[in-house]
Design a protein around this ligand. Structure first.
Ligand code: NAP
Length: 280
């Protein structure tokens, strides 16, 4: 049987957890396959992607700064990629490249698994970048009745809403400036997601304690550090708080399942992650 491969492309990629996760999954299932991370400059993107059509290639993951530029190199795009305008996974279907976004479906699958149900309820999303777009798609997929997006640059939030509104017709969508989160509110948010990159840099958006309640869940999309100021403040205000590790594991699992047709061994992912963190 042919040795198969998959990889991550981006710039930089050195600190990615994806090789650790996927190589552990290949080993756990006894598959003759490997996964590596490739530092690819924008001018080399087309050549790198062309190699994914080789029959021994399962597919790839794509990270910054290529998540949008790579769309033009695909033969087919999934519905959520068209809605979100970015992909993170490429599946090689016998030489045809299919673009998918497992960030959105990964977040939705993790939320279902851990019992965070926003169906029929209002939710707040802080940030309007790629992860925020995937988050809005996931929350609408889970049936949120109203999604308000707040961002430092209000124009980016407005653009997000305009891009997604035609495809998310059963959810009310609105936008505003990030400072609004620091003000008191009468809305009982079911979920508040920090999709800004502040957590990644040891900072936090300011959220008024009155935005939280016992039945509110604060989700920080960053997972490193595992506990952020956003999570600490939410817990102090009485809410449940979670980081982005669940989303990370489920987006990886969904990509693995698309490439191999096999259920991803979640326990192998968790063990590999624990080992990697311990080895740091
Ligand atoms: P991105 O596209 O670069 O977007 C960054 C967002 O953060 C924008 O809304 C930006 O606002 C905002 N921002 C940046 N600096 C800020 C500041 N100083 N004050 C206020 N807002 C600021 O990044 P992304 O890919 O969406 O990632 C966002 C976060 O999600 C990161 O922490 C990333 O690690 C995490 N993430 C996690 C997963 C997972 O699997 N758990 C997957 C993807 C991403 P402007 O529009 O005003 O610039």
């Amino acid at each position: 049987m042919t040795h198969r491969w998959a990889c991550l492309i981006g710039q930089p990629v050195a600190h990615s957890l994806s090789p650790t996760l996927h190589n552990a999954a290949f080993a756990a299932l006894g598959m003759d396959a490997h996964y590596d991370a490739r530092d690819v400059a924008p001018e080399d993107l087309a050549e790198s992607v062309a190699a994914f059509r080789q029959l021994d290639c399962l597919g790839a993951n794509v990270t910054a700064p290529h998540k949008q530029a790579v769309l033009a190199l695909m033969d087919e795009l999934s519905d959520e990629v068209v809605a979100i305008g970015a992909l993170n996974t490429i599946v090689n279907q016998s030489g045809r490249l299919m673009g998918a976004n497992t960030d959105a479906r990964g977040l939705a699958r993790w939320m279902r698994q851990v019992g965070i149900d926003p169906a029929g309820r209002p939710v707040l999303v802080l940030g309007a970048g790629g992860a925020a777009r995937a988050t809005v798609w996931a929350l609408a997929e889970l049936g949120a009745s109203y999604i308000r997006v707040l961002n430092r640059t209000a124009d980016h939030a407005e653009a997000l809403i305009h891009a997604l509104r035609p495809r998310l017709s059963s959810t009310e969508l609105s936008w505003g400036r990030l400072e609004e989160a620091a003000e008191p509110t009468s809305t009982q948010w079911r979920v508040i997601v920090n999709a800004t990159s502040l957590g990644h840099h040891g900072e936090a958006p300011v959220v008024h304690p009155g935005c939280y309640s016992r039945e509110c869940v604060a989700i920080e999309l960053a997972y490193n550090p595992p506990e952020t100021g956003f999570m600490v403040a939410a817990r102090r205000a009485g809410a449940r708080a979670e980081n982005g590790l669940g989303m990370l594991l489920h987006q990886a699992a969904l990509a693995f399942e698309r490439w191999t047709g096999q259920v991803a061994p979640m326990e192998a992912y968790a063990a590999a992650l624990t080992e990697r963190v311990a080895g740091r």
